[in-house]
Design a protein around this ligand. Structure first.
Ligand code: DQA
Length: 157
């Protein structure tokens, strides 16, 4: 089904982060790197600005709050970049919310879950995502911004 692009000049990209990502920088830096979530937010906003876009950047440890924000992005966002943390591997509720989003949605992970424990190899989000970027650390968020812009351009054409 063709999607109708919501103007990216008016509506922000939602960059949503799940549980424990508030601890980035101090949490298992050998796995997740040294950048803090505040560092990533700054870099993501700067990258989006080069495309003339704005960003709503949030983090929550609570599944329901993430569901609310994904729903919010349906009406007040132009696209979603989602690192659902551990909820990636468990949450049908997040999958259902993502399925209801009618904009491009990109799943991001700092680490490469497919190289890690078997229970991280299942992603519920992937079933609703247009693309998946993982294993590239904080840079993955910036690549996701560029990729989202490309998807938004495709929709306009
Ligand atoms: C993560 C990978 C998940 O498996 C893990 O639970 C996280 C972070 C990542 O960004 O690599 O919390 O989403």
């Amino acid at each position: 089904m063709a999607r109708k692009a919501q103007s990216s000049k008016t509506f922000p990209i939602y960059v949503l982060n799940g549980p424990n990502l508030n601890l980035l920088g101090t949490r298992e830096p050998e796995v997740y790197g040294h950048a803090t979530l505040a560092d990533i937010e700054k870099a993501v906003k700067a990258r989006a600005k080069t495309h003339g876009l704005t960003v709503t950047f949030r983090q929550s440890n609570h599944e329901g709050e993430l569901v609310d924000w994904i729903q919010e992005a349906r009406t007040t966002g132009c696209g979603v970049i989602l690192n659902a943390g551990a909820y990636t591997h468990t949450s049908v509720a997040l999958l259902d919310a993502c399925r209801a989003v009618n904009h491009p949605l990109i799943e991001v992970h700092l680490s490469n879950p497919y190289k890690r424990e078997p229970y991280r190899r299942r992603s519920f989000i992937a079933e609703a995502a247009d693309a998946l970027i993982c294993g590239l650390g904080a840079n993955g968020y910036l690549l996701a911004v560029d990729a989202l812009v490309a998807l938004l351009k495709e929709e306009k054409e």
